[in-house]
Design a protein around this ligand. Sequence first.
Ligand SMILES: Nc1ncnc2c1ncn2[C@@H]1O[C@H](COP(=O)(O)OP(=O)(O)O)[C@@H](O)[C@H]1O
Ligand SMILES: [Mg+2]
Length: 216
Amino acid sequence: MIILFANQKGGVGKSTLATLFSNFAVQKRERKVKVFDMDFQQSLYNKYLNSAQLENEKLYEVELSSIPGFKSIQKRASNDPTILMVIDLAGKMDDDNLVQVFKESELIICPFCYDEYSVTSTFEFCYVVKKVNPSSRIILIPNRVKSSVKYETLDSVKQALSQFGEVTSPVSDRIDFQRLTTSYTPESLVPILDPIFNKLFDDYIEAESKWETETT
Ligand SMILES: Nc1ncnc2c1ncn2[C@@H]1O[C@H](COP(=O)(O)OP(=O)(O)O)[C@@H](O)[C@H]1O
Ligand SMILES: [Mg+2]
């Protein structure tokens, strides 16, 4: 299964949530995971290198990749249907090959923030993805939500974005997010993220593999 972390907006938590999701998949759901960093900034890959230097136990491998590399990821995914291929996509939307990526990814996880500019570009991003692939499954995760955000704003944004896919419960803005690595999730983040990721697994990921075994 190919799971994309994407949004054209930078700084919304794509790499952060891709890492936390991958840690969760291995540690809590005992899934095989491979992570592909397609962002030229290589932040996830660099985290992985740092963590490999410091700690001995690897949860999964992180490879550098690029949009043209998607085909080979797809081939590897079809050779091993049990593996979760997690892709951390760059923010750039000007590559024609992205069409294929949006068409063929089974789940698109789209973190966003509640500032006005972020909401607008998230809206545009989802619109483009749905245009390319009307049946794509998008999950929207409100990230870095501060207690100062008004509930009216939360509600109206949630309503507007719900036309594209499920909007999860919000992830709060906490300094602990700086401490996560590709082999460690700070304990304080577990109560925030586990319910969100558990629901994703139950409703979209495990449900999918059940469906696959029933039909093959
Ligand atoms: N919920 C959060 N609370 C506090 N800081 C966060 C949170 N999510 C992400 N960050 C921080 O925000 C910055 C951008 O996150 P990142 O995952 O690199 O975004 P992107 O990959 O979308 O560009 C990073 O410094 C990260 O540690
Ligand atoms: Mg990133």
